[in-house]
Design a protein around this ligand. Structure first.
Ligand SMILES: Nc1nc2c(c(=O)[nH]1)N[C@H]1C(S)=C(S)[C@@H](COP(=O)(O)O)O[C@H]1N2
Ligand SMILES: [Mo]
Length: 253
């Protein structure tokens, strides 16, 4: 079990800027026996090691010359719901991202509002668990900035991404902890390779959580929900593939 004091000292020694509420939220997470049981043993080890040595470590960023000539699509390449198709037909002019759950100030943002906010552009490598990788450029709003506006309640532990698409009627969703949610490279991207995010890659908005595998990068994000526990969401394992196929919830690279 992590001793908060020594870890705080370690992080301070590394010169890593971690806000106190965030760190204590992470400590509380680690101390929660339910959460420990929720992860596999190897997964738990990798989660703890990553949290110990590098809560703020950055994923590698690449120069433009490294961009893959083709960034393939994978999984769903559209969402079949009538609502999503209507938004797509309107070029997402009336689409809104909702942020709710354990927040004091629920938010909703149009695409224009998101585009007007301070943005981050990063060129990173996407690694799919199926064995392919591609380097792409992503532009979007840091998730942390949106969560700061929504003001997380103290009992919020995870952030859930509800997507517009489904597989045979089961909606796609994903979730991450607050360390990844507030990581500077964690963005909700509306741009890819200098253009609007193509539908196949998750238009109008998709998550980039660069230190984890591809399936965590939820496409077609409609709603971001702050929760205390993942148990009541979907089948309770924290994501579509985690529920369906036993994929690790913590897919740290
Ligand atoms: N909503 C949604 N998000 C998703 C998926 C999906 O099918 N639906 N597939 C995941 C998988 S397995 C990968 S590898 C990436 C693929 O992203 P891309 O289509 O931009 O290559 O999206 C992830 N996010
Ligand atoms: Mo994937």
């Amino acid at each position: 079990m992590t001793r908060p004091l020594s870890r705080r000292r370690l992080l301070a020694g590394l010169g890593v800027a971690v806000t106190a509420p965030l760190l204590s939220a992470c400590d509380r997470l680690g101390q929660s026996p339910g959460f420990r049981k929720f992860l596999g043993t190897g997964e738990w080890l990798s989660y703890r090691v990553h949290r110990w040595i590098g809560s703020s470590a950055m994923a590698t960023e690449y120069p433009e010359s490294a961009l893959s000539p083709v960034f393939r699509t994978n999984g769903n390449t559209t969402a079949s719901s009538a609502e999503y198709q209507r938004h797509a037909a309107e070029s997402f002019a009336n689409w809104r991202l909702v942020i709710d759950g354990l927040v004091d100030a629920p938010q909703s943002f149009s695409l224009a509002e998101l585009r007007a906010m301070p943005s981050r552009t990063q060129i990173t490598r996407h690694d799919c668990v199926e064995g392919w990788s591609a380097i792409g450029q992503w532009t979007g709003v840091p998730l942390g900035a949106l969560l700061a506006r929504a003001q997380l309640k103290p009992d919020a532990r995870f952030v859930v991404f509800h997507c517009a698409d489904d597989f045979s009627g089961t909606p796609y969703y994903e979730s991450i902890d607050l360390v990844d949610a507030f990581h500077p490279q964690t963005i909700l991207a509306y741009g890819m390779n200098g253009k609007d995010l193509p539908m196949g890659n998750g238009a109008p908005l998709r998550l980039r959580v660069e230190r984890q595998l591809g399936y965590k990068h939820a496409k077609f994000v409609m709603r971001v929900e702050a929760v205390e526990s993942l148990a009541p969401i979907g089948q309770g394992s924290g994501g579509f593939w985690e529920d369906r196929a036993g994929y690790d919830w913590y897919a740290g690279i």
